[in-house]
Design a protein around this ligand. Structure first.
Ligand SMILES: Nc1ncnc2c1ncn2[C@@H]1O[C@H](COP(=O)(O)OP(=O)(O)OP(=O)(O)O)[C@@H](O)[C@H]1O
Length: 499
């Protein structure tokens, strides 16, 4: 199946987000779409999949104009979108999400049963076949809302396949995955293209994976189509130049040395919670960046949550600047100077119906003043002090309309306005483009240089090794090793059980 996008235009509130973009996606091929945050990648994918209406232009399927007005229309035409955050119906089982796809795709959160009666035994067989085809091991009876984001994405892929999709657009599918799982997913994408003739669209900020997984790559810049070229003729540098239109600094900033007399800001001893975190011991001094590497589920994020008081430990002790913080609450930890930039910005980081400016201003105010309306003055100050330096575009629009990168920067900014002494950061650059990534790295390095203690968890081993003074590797909830900055990624991955 070929899908041609012709002269697609889209504006939001008078701002053009896509300018006459044309692109043909062919069955049996993997097409990459790259571009900086806000370049229009997701909007293009949403238009093709019926989640957003174009202002003009058309979508043609196998040469015939196709009126795609909803995700259901798109799915009927064989076009499915798999998003980063997962458009599943949380209250339904995995199997129901997969098989009721046509009826429950985006916008129908109650999951109405549009197909009438179901055949449970048939569904089980079909589910088994799909699971075998994809290599996903999901429990069909599990409640979809209980699944972690990475598994919700698998549910969406199964749903697309169960509904017979011939074009599957994957919007940043590997952003959350550790290296081996990302490789498996990309292999699956290639296999679906080659064996089943499905057209795969891969939107990603990881240029190396785009180049290795795709047949052709399209570059968008500021809503314009810059080029489409065979991946074999491109290099990461050429892609970057096309994306950004200027040379980009991609080296990690050298962290400032930690003074010998720098006080210990965070001390953790014997910290344990169930099987997730076991007997963790670590220290972070003022000005020091300590990295936490490890697989998803190795205990990285859980350790940060325990330190921040978001979860209660079964045992162990946390002190922040010498004051006890064990098993307190986020409010208590914040009172001691801690800040947590969480992994999932949509769920934990931002009030999405408020603007980035309001989110920033809310974070800057004392707790008791945070309810009700935020004063315009506080908003203006927050925009000047944080949103502008961080390059957050559209700080006055509701946060849900911001590009993924601007959302991530807003979450970061929210904590910066509070001048923390201890910064706990989880996946700081997920879904962030190369230029913004460099900005966030610089920001972390600058904060540390000003004496902030940073505990940084990331699934990108290169990121932790590049930024941190030293790296602790977690495996099965325990600290399995420690490496200095500049150690080889291979060694860290081996210790983490990834290789
Ligand atoms: N519903 C909306 N209302 C207003 N503006 C929007 C809306 N959705 C997207 N935009 C804007 O359109 C532009 C393109 O956004 P889009 O999400 O398509 O970019 P992207 O290339 O996918 O970025 P990222 O890599 O950060 O996900 C951004 O400036 C974004 O803020």
């Amino acid at each position: 199946m070929d899908v041609a996008l012709q002269g697609i235009r889209k504006s939001y509130g008078g701002t053009a987000v896509l300018h006459e973009v044309s692109l043909t996606l062919r069955g049996g091929r993997v097409h990459g779409i790259v571009g900086e945050n806000g370049a229009g990648k997701s909007t293009l994918a949403r238009i093709m999949c019926g989640a957003v209406a174009a202002d003009s232009g058309q979508v043609a399927v196998d040469g015939e104009p196709a009126a795609i007005r909803s995700p259901r229309d798109a799915l009927r035409r064989g076009i499915a979108l798999v998003t980063q955050e997962g458009a599943i119906v949380p209250g339904l089982s995995v199997a129901d999400n997969v098989f009721l796809g046509g009826g429950v795709s985006l916008g129908d959160r109650r999951g109405r049963r549009v197909r009438g009666l179901r055949d449970p035994a048939g569904d089980r067989r079909r589910f088994g076949r799909l699971a075998a085809r994809t290599g996903f091991s999901l429990d069909p009876a599990a409640r979809a809302g209980d699944l972690p984001l990475v598994h919700r994405q698998q549910v969406e892929i199964l749903r697309a396949l169960a509904q017979g999709a011939r074009l599957i657009a994957l919007d940043e599918p590997t952003a959350l995955l550790p290296a081996p799982a990302a490789e498996r997913l990309l292999r699956l994408a290639r296999d679906l293209a080659e064996r089943d003739g499905i057209a795969i669209v891969l939107i990603s900020h990881r240029l190396d994976e785009v180049l290795s997984a795709c047949d052709s790559v399209t570059v968008l810049r500021d809503g314009r189509h810059v080029t489409t070229a065979p991946a074999a003729e491109l290099t990461p540098q050429a892609l970057l130049r096309a994306m950004v239109g200027r040379p980009v600094e991609t080296l990690y900033p050298e962290p400032a040395p930690v003074p010998d007399d720098a006080p210990v800001v965070l001390a953790v001893r014997g910290l344990s919670r169930g099987r997730a975190v076991r007997d963790v011991r670590l220290e972070v001094r003022a000005g020091e960046i300590v990295g936490l590497a490890g697989l998803v589920g190795s205990g990285r994020s859980e350790t940060l949550r325990l330190v921040f008081g978001a979860d209660r430990p079964d045992a162990g002790e946390v002190t922040i600047l010498g004051r006890p913080a064990t098993g307190g609450s986020p409010a208590h930890a914040m009172g001691l100077g801690a800040a947590l930039v969480p992994e999932s910005r949509g769920e934990q980081g931002l009030v999405l119906v408020r603007s980035a400016a309001e989110n920033l201003a809310m974070a800057s105010l004392p707790r008791r003043r945070r309810l009700g309306f935020v004063r315009r003055g506080a908003e203006r100050r927050a925009v000047r002090a944080v949103a502008e330096p961080l390059g957050i575009t559209g700080p006055h629009r509701p946060a849900w309309t911001l590009s993924g990168g601007s959302q991530q920067r807003s979450v970061f900014g929210k904590w910066l306005v509070r001048s923390p002494r201890l910064l706990l950061v989880d996946e700081p650059t997920r879904g962030v483009d190369v230029a913004a990534k460099a900005q966030i790295h610089r920001l972390i390095a600058d904060l540390a240089a000003r004496g902030v203690a940073v505990l940084l968890a990331s699934s990108e081993v290169e990121e932790v090794l590049g930024l941190a003074h030293r790296v602790l590797v977690m495996r099965d909830g325990r600290i399995a090793g420690e490496f200095p900055r500049g150690a080889s990624a291979e060694d860290v991955l081996t210790r983490a059980g990834l290789r």
